[in-house]
Design a protein. Sequence first.
Length: 238
Amino acid sequence: MTAARNLAPAAELAQRAGMRFPNESADYRRARTALLAEEIELRRHIERVAEMRRALPPGGEVKGDYRFEGERGPADFAALFGDKDTLVTYSWMFGPQREKPCPMCTSLLSAWEGEARDIEQRVALAVIARSPIDRLVAYKKERGWRDLRLFSDLNGNFSRDYFAWNKEGHDDPALNVFTRRDGVIRHFWAGEMDFATADPGEDPRGAPDPMPLWTVLDMTPEGRGTDWYPSLDYGPRS
């Protein structure tokens, strides 16, 4: 594991870095080198967390009565894997009671659309929502998605069991990973950061954050901001 390696101190690696930009001040370089050391530590911590995740004991066996309708017809849970042994599911907040889907979920999925074929080189990826499949497909076409695989949760059992439909009858976003080993399907991992685990002044977020939008904005002086969300429609470009 990374923690057991004989790694050079992050501050030492930061000092070795040779990038210098036009007209930067000595104050800027000192602060940037200190930040670089923290970025190196963050990279290492992300890898340690990923290794801990990969080393989890087997999760619970999947035994529920889960029924789906995909773009190619009815499907049981095993069918969502296709020819892969690992399945990533995202529960899209687009239940039948909603006039339009959740803008945050939709923003995330629009980013994943661009990576869907790459992701499916290694694992299966399925987007699940409670609205009828025709409604999901219609919005997929409106959004210009081509490669995300959509499934309607026909009886709601999957959404209930895997925290995408709460006791108050509202949709929740849910990110789950499942494995199929020797014919046995098990839950492997889920994003468990919610309002109970959020820090003051922040919306719930995962770590690493699965939304590329926030990753990019975190690199800017404006940051994520606190008074806006992604929009479903920005209108024509001027």
